[in-house]
Design a protein around this ligand. Structure first.
Ligand code: SAM
Ligand code: SF4
Ligand code: SF4
Length: 357
């Protein structure tokens, strides 16, 4: 566990910290976003995330008793909000598999000044979008890697159809939720789907963001050759539908934004591999079991569940979180070339399905 360095911990009410309003890490980055994994289970087996050979019938998912309860998640969220977090994102595994998810959204939506977002594969949204919206969800991101049913079924490896996800997106829009669509692009797998996706969602009001395939975890057999750089994705779309760059709305915005020159809306690329954005990374992540990670590529975390269940009170929880964030020095993507060669043998990074992206 990182050592608490009081000099690096600035409290929300500290007038000297007015530009950050909270704790900052060793590189001066505040904590703004908390991504909360609510389950490590999923009904898909996307080849790039939970390949069936690894996540098969014998895979040991977390037992129920080890998963944070909604009350515990809510306590952790409030502690982070006290340190400057303004966006909570629920993720997984597949978060819509967690029973009673709207109840959790309702509890989190009661925290002042935060927006509650959800990342989902969309397969169960047709039924769940309305209760989630009603509970106070602010927005959602639906992952959809191709509109070609055969390609999509191969990618999710669980026989889900594109139509299920599109029905979920429609239900979310009908419930009044702003929707973004995320597509991970793998060369030779779905890169031919980029134009279709862009065309389909142009003028729909839903922004598509194309994500460079990342070397998260140790299960997906990632190779640099599989990555389609964001610049290439934008060039391909621009050749068919001319684009203009859009200014970032705030420092730390991960997607590079473009708009259609004819006013058809926006697309984005998330270039974690070709143009890393660690310098502005303000994200903390919690696994479903309450482990806190300060980087998507972390190999170790801090056990917040132990702190929650020791019942030392919320002040102690805030103190532990502040200490971890104050000690944070992560910039894996900036160091990727060296780090990919240099992962010590036996060292395992956490998996995307566990940490939630
Ligand atoms: N199951 C939900 C979903 O698919 O949206 C939420 C969890 S999933 C781990 C979150 C996001 O991570 C998804 O958009 C998924 O496409 C993305 N993702 C998973 N593995 C990835 C990888 N190796 N590189 C880039 N993105 C990845
Ligand atoms: Fe499940 Fe999401 Fe991972 Fe696909 S990307 S296997 S839907 S957690
Ligand atoms: Fe943030 Fe780590 Fe990703 Fe860099 S590599 S942007 S520090 S999560």
């Amino acid at each position: 566990m990182a050592v608490l360095r009081p000099d690096a911990v600035r409290r929300v009410d500290d007038p000297l910290a007015s530009s950050h309003r909270g704790v900052v890490d060793r590189r001066g980055r505040p904590v703004r976003d908390l991504r909360i994994s609510v389950t490590d289970r999923c009904n898909f087996r996307c080849r790039y995330c939970m390949p069936r050979e690894v996540f098969g019938p014998d895979f040991a998912f977390l037992p129920r008793a080890e998963i944070l309860t909604f009350e515990e998640i809510s306590r952790v969220a409030r502690a982070f909000v006290a340190h400057g977090v303004r966006k909570l994102r629920l993720t997984g595994g597949e978060p819509t598999l967690r029973a009673g998810l709207p109840d959790l959204v309702r509890m989190l939506a009661a925290i002042p000044e935060v927006e509650i977002a959800l990342t989902t594969n969309g397969s169960l949204l047709a039924r769940q979008a309305a209760p989630l919206a009603e509970a106070g969800l602010s927005r959602l991101t639906v992952s959809l890697d191709s509109l070609d049913d055969a390609v999509f079924r191969r990618m999710n490896d669980a026989d889900f159809a594109v139509a299920d996800v599109l029905a979920g997106i429609d239900a979310a829009a009908a419930a009044g939720l702003p929707v973004k669509v995320n597509a991970v692009v793998r060369r030779g797998v779905n890169d031919q789907s980029v134009i279709d996706l862009a065309q389909h969602f142009r003028r729909s009001g839903h922004v598509v963001r194309f994500i460079e395939y990342m070397d998260v975890g140790t299960s997906n057999g990632w190779r640099l050759d599989d990555v389609v750089p964001g610049a290439e994705i934008i060039a391909r779309i621009n050749a068919e539908m001319p684009l203009e760059p859009v200014e970032a709305r705030y420092s730390g915005e991960v997607a590079r934004r473009w708009r259609y020159a004819d006013g058809g809306g926006e697309v984005g690329v998330i270039t974690s591999v070709s143009q890393p954005f660690c310098a502005a990374c303000t994200r903390a992540r919690i696994g479903a079991d309450g482990m806190l990670y300060t980087c998507l590529f972390s190999t170790t975390g801090t056990d917040l569940r132990a702190v929650l269940r020791a019942d030392d009170g919320d002040a102690r929880l805030r103190e532990v979180i502040a200490g971890v964030w104050a000690g944070r020095d992560d910039r894996y993507s900036e160091l990727r070339a060296r780090a990919t060669d240099g992962l010590a043998s036996g060292e395992r990074r956490v998996e995307m399905s566990y940490i939630g992206g």
